[in-house]
Design a protein around this ligand. Structure first.
Ligand code: ZN
Length: 127
C-alpha cells in the first residue's frame, strides 16, 4: 500500500542511495521539508532536489514504543528525532538507539525491505 506522495517519490528518485537531499525551489532558493509540489515560500511549481551533506543537530527525541504502522519501522521501539540540518531545515528522522539532545548526527534517505518507499534515518557521526 502506497501512502507516500508523488513529491516524496520524486525526492527518493533524485537521492542516491545512502545520501540525503532537500527539496529546493529554483525560483526563490528556499529549501524546505517535507517535499511538496509547490514552494511553501513563493508557490513556484517546479521543485528540485539539492544534495545535502545531511549534517544535523538533535533538537529533541522521543522513543516510540507503539505504532499503528509498525511495519514501516521494522521493529520497536524506534527513536524519533526532531533535528535541524546545518543547512537550516528542521525535520523528523528515525534512529535505532536513544540520542541525546544537541548530538550531531548525519541524515540519510534510506530505502530498505522494511521501508521500500524510503525514510529519513539518522546515525551518529563516525558510525
Ligand atoms: Zn520558492
Amino acid at each position: 500500500m502506497s501512502m507516500r506522495s508523488l513529491a516524496w517519490k520524486a525526492m527518493v528518485a533524485a537521492t542516491p542511495r545512502g545520501t540525503f537531499s532537500l527539496p529546493h525551489c529554483p525560483a526563490c532558493g528556499h529549501r524546505f521539508y517535507p517535499p511538496q509540489r509547490h514552494c511553501p515560500a513563493c508557490l513556484h511549481g517546479t521543485i528540485e532536489f539539492m544534495p545535502d551533506d545531511g549534517m544535523a543537530r538533535v533538537l529533541s527525541a522521543v522513543a516510540l514504543h507503539h505504532s499503528l504502522d509498525s511495519q514501516r519501522f521494522g521493529h520497536l521501539p524506534v527513536y524519533v528525532l526532531n533535528v535541524r540540518t546545518a543547512s537550516g531545515v528542521s525535520l523528523f528522522a528515525l534512529a535505532d538507539a536513544p540520542v541525546a539532545k544537541s548530538t550531531e548526527v548525519v541524515l540519510e534517505l534510506v530505502t530498505d525491505a522494511d521501508c521500500p518507499e524510503g525514510i529519513v534515518r539518522a546515525r551518529l557521526l563516525g558510525e
